[in-house]
Design a protein around this ligand. Structure first.
Ligand SMILES: *Cc1c(COP(=O)(O)O)cnc(C)c1O
Ligand code: SF4
Length: 468
């Protein structure tokens, strides 16, 4: 019976992933009511009309949101590690009848009423990227691949950015951020480091966001990296396809520069691809598909890295729909990350237990090569681990212990479930002075591994700025 029920559910939902919204969805927004399709679908309009303050939002939305919403948002921003920036495209895809529970609102517009106290173990730069950086903006953690951050801005700012220590404008919460501006001299240092390390075969070009690289810079970086004999693979990381797909279609110089790098890679028998970032099926509409169609025609491979988030994609149905819709427009779902332990976004995190349940229900709905791996990017720099591969998981206290023998042999790495997912008594314990260390020590003892540096994740410790 269970099989039949499951089959019936799939059949009932069949086709939903192919139904992409293609109406004038922006016209519901008073400020965009008179904007025609030709104008709305240009990157220039999208950039010019991006919203970066509550005052601007009020101008654009007017009565679509109430006074209490604007007040809640203003308070939320004061407590947020990331500054505000959202494109007209995304803003218009929010369901303004139900903004509080909307998955796009949740990701880009912080509401004070939804924020929760931080877990005592979380950290700014929880992945310790700066600890593994031989050159500012180059993280060399894994033996054969490196992460290059040529730029520190993005077309929009996600509330939950892992790199809130560097990305976007300074905020009250974080204070002055590390700066990784586009800078040719800094890039040369990164190229020199990569050239001098023949083990490096794979470079991720991220940021910030590759979308914010000028076309000539995008091409320069791509060609320089591909010209290094031992570099076999490069990927441009950009959230652009999700937040501003119009640019692929209207910024011909940028798309052509990307195409030339991909063609150069092909000529050298190497690969250059794009990695993007969608979190809910609601983010994929007609214009997204048209942008993808152009990239497909140019032979450009696109993969997706999703972040698992409460209220956005933490049900099996919402994740299945996202995975199927990505596949439908030729984007390959690659990873689903458990939410990193960064400040100010506890309301978005899920427990390991809940995420593994979603994984179980997603695997099997489509081709294996379109099935994302669910991974935990461990605190303190252990790297990405298959979420199922924990050495020990204390569900009651919400502590998981991982090891990473190929990256940091002999160390243990921890992941913590959000306090809201724990029993009130356990939650109180986490918030009592001295207790967190006890809980962690117990978990490490239980994991009972031969470990030389227990809890590598605790040693780097840039304490997260606390909630006021
Ligand atoms: C994620 C990441 C990479 C790339 O890892 P893949 O598993 O190949 O996607 C490389 N370097 C760093 C520091 C990373 O965080
Ligand atoms: S686009 Fe990526 S780098 Fe930029 S704010 Fe969002 S998550 Fe951070």
């Amino acid at each position: 019976m269970e099989f039949e029920e499951a089959l019936a559910a799939v059949n009932a939902g069949e086709g939903a992933h192919r139904e992409l919204r293609d109406d004038d969805y922006w016209r519901q927004i008073p400020g965009f009511g008179k904007v025609d399709r030709a104008e709305f679908e240009t990157h220039l309009f999208q950039q010019r009309a991006s919203v970066t303050s509550v005052a601007q939002l009020r101008e654009v939305l007017g009565d679509l949101a109430g006074e209490s919403f604007y007040a809640d948002l203003a308070e939320g921003i004061r407590n947020a590690p990331m500054s505000l920036r959202i494109s007209p495209h995304l803003l218009s895809l929010i369901d303004w009848n139900e903004p509080v529970t909307d998955p796009i609102r949740s990701q880009f517009l912080p509401l004070r009423s939804c924020q929760q106290p931080d877990h005592p173990m979380l950290r700014l730069d929880s992945l310790a990227e700066r600890k593994d950086s031989p050159v500012p903006g180059l993280t060399h953690r894994y033996p054969d691949k490196a992460l290059f951050l040529p730029v520190d801005t993005c077309p929009v700012y996600c509330r939950f950015c892992t790199r809130s220590y560097a990305v976007g404008a300074d905020t009250e919460r974080v204070g002055e951020k590390a700066k990784l501006h586009a800078n040719l001299a800094r890039w040369e240092e990164a190229f020199a480091y990569i050239s001098a390390h023949p083990g490096l075969e794979d470079v991720v070009i991220s940021g910030g966001d590759s979308y914010n690289l000028r076309p000539d810079h995008l091409e320069l970086i791509g060609r320089r990296l591909l010209s290094i004999p031992h570099v076999r693979r490069i990927r441009y990381a950009t959230k652009g396809l999700c937040v501003l797909p119009q640019k692929i279609l209207s910024d011909q110089r940028w798309t052509d520069a990307l195409t030339r790098v991909v063609e150069e890679a092909r000529r050298l028998h190497k690969t250059a691809v794009v990695h993007t970032h969608f979190n809910s099926a609601q983010e994929i509409v007609g214009v997204t598909r048209r942008a993808m169609n152009l990239l497909v025609e140019r032979g450009i491979t696109v993969r997706c890295q999703t972040v698992l988030q409460r209220g956005v994609n933490d049900t099996p149905e919402s994740m299945q729909l996202l995975v199927k819709r990505l596949g439908f427009i030729n984007i390959q779902p690659y990873y689903v990350y458990f939410h990193d332990m960064v400040p100010g976004v506890e309301d978005l995190r899920t427990s390991l237990r809940e995420g593994l349940e979603v994984e179980k229900r997603v695997r099997g709905v489509t081709a294996g090569f379109h099935t994302p791996a669910f991974v935990v990017d461990t605190m303190g720099g252990g790297g990405k681990r298959d979420a199922h591969s924990y050495e020990y998981y204390d569900r009651e206290n919400g502590v998981a212990v991982f090891t990473s023998p190929a990256v940091k042999p002999g160390q243990q790495f921890l992941y913590f479930d959000p306090l809201a997912s724990l029993d009130p008594e356990v939650r109180r314990r986490w918030l009592t002075d001295g207790e967190p260390q006890q809980v962690v020590n117990e978990a490490l003892r239980q994991a009972d591994l031969d470990v030389r540096d227990p809890a590598g994740c605790l040693s780097h410790a840039t304490p997260a700025p606390r909630f006021s």
